[in-house]
Design a protein around this ligand. Structure first.
Ligand code: BG6
Ligand code: MG
Length: 217
C-alpha cells in the first residue's frame, strides 16, 4: 500500500463551508446597483479567484468600465455586505462530513493547512469553530498571486515542512485544482467531475471520503 500523503491542504469556501452563496448574493447586489445581473452559472467562474479578479469579471459581464479608485470602493462595498453575512455564520453551516473528516485525519496525524484566497478566512474559521484543526493558515492576506497560481498551496506545504508531492489539496474550484496540479500536489475535487476535470479524484463532499482514500492516491 502506498502511503505518500502526509499533509492536507484545504480550500475554505465551498469545501469546508458553503460561503459561495454569500459571495454570490453580495456580488449580485453590487451588480444590481450598476443596473445589471448575472447568473449562478457565471458565478462558478468567481469561485477560487481573488476579490479584485472577481470584480473585474463582474464588471466585464455588465460591460462597465471603472477607474481603479472606483473599483476599490466597489470591492469594499461588496465585502462589507459579505462580512455582514458571514458574521452571522455558525457551526451549523459547516458542510456535511467536514467535522468528521477533519477530526479523523487530525487524530491520524496528518498535518493540516488552510489554503484560501479569502481575506476573511479567519472570521469564518472562528464563527464556525474549526480553527483549532489547522497547523497552518495561508489566506488572501498572505499571498500575492491568486489561484490558479500555486503560491497559496506551495506556501502551505512549505509551512507544514512537507514536499508538494506529500500533500493533497481539497478544492471546489477549477482554478484551485489547476493551482494544486501546477504546484505538484494531488488534488481532490469537491463538486462536479465535468468541471473539475484535472482532479485526481472527484467527490460530492468530504462526507464521501475516508482516510483509506488518501492512502490510495
Ligand atoms: C475564495 C472564493 O475562497 O475567496 C472567491 O472562492 C473569493 O469567490 C475569494 O472571491 C476572495 O474572498 P474574500 O473573502 O477575500 O473577498
Ligand atoms: Mg472554494
Amino acid at each position: 500500500m502506498k502511503e505518500n500523503i502526509k499533509g492536507l491542504l484545504f480550500d475554505l469556501d465551498g469545501v469546508l463551508v458553503d460561503t459561495a452563496v454569500y459571495h454570490y448574493q453580495a456580488w449580485l447586489r453590487l451588480a444590481k446597483t450598476m443596473g445589471f445581473e448575472f447568473s449562478e452559472k457565471q458565478n462558478e467562474e468567481l469561485k477560487g479567484i481573488s476579490r479584485m479578479d472577481s470584480l473585474d469579471k463582474v464588471l466585464g459581464w455588465g460591460k462597465v468600465t471603472k477607474s481603479d479608485e472606483e473599483k476599490l470602493e466597489l470591492a469594499t462595498k461588496k465585502n462589507d455586505w459579505y462580512v455582514e453575512m458571514i458574521n452571522k455564520m455558525t457551526a451549523d453551516e459547516i458542510l456535511p462530513g467536514v467535522l468528521e473528516f477533519l477530526k479523523s485525519t487530525y487524530e491520524a496525524g496528518y498535518k493540516i493547512a488552510l489554503g484560501s484566497a479569502s481575506k476573511n478566512a479567519n472570521i469564518i474559521l472562528k464563527k464556525t469553530n474549526i480553527a483549532h484543526f489547522f497547523d497552518v493558515i495561508v489566506d488572501g492576506n498572505s499571498v500575492s498571486k491568486s489561484k490558479p497560481d500555486p503560491e497559496v498551496f506551495l506556501k502551505g506545504a512549505e509551512l507544514l515542512h512537507l514536499e508538494p508531492k506529500e500533500c493533497v489539496v481539497f478544492e471546489d474550484a477549477a482554478a484551485g485544482i489547476e493551482a494544486a496540479k501546477r504546484g505538484g500536489m494531488k488534488a481532490i475535487g469537491i463538486g462536479d467531475k465535468n468541471i473539475l476535470t484535472q482532479a485526481d479524484k472527484v467527490v460530492s463532499g468530504l462526507d464521501k471520503l475516508t482516510i483509506q482514500d488518501l492512502k490510495e492516491l
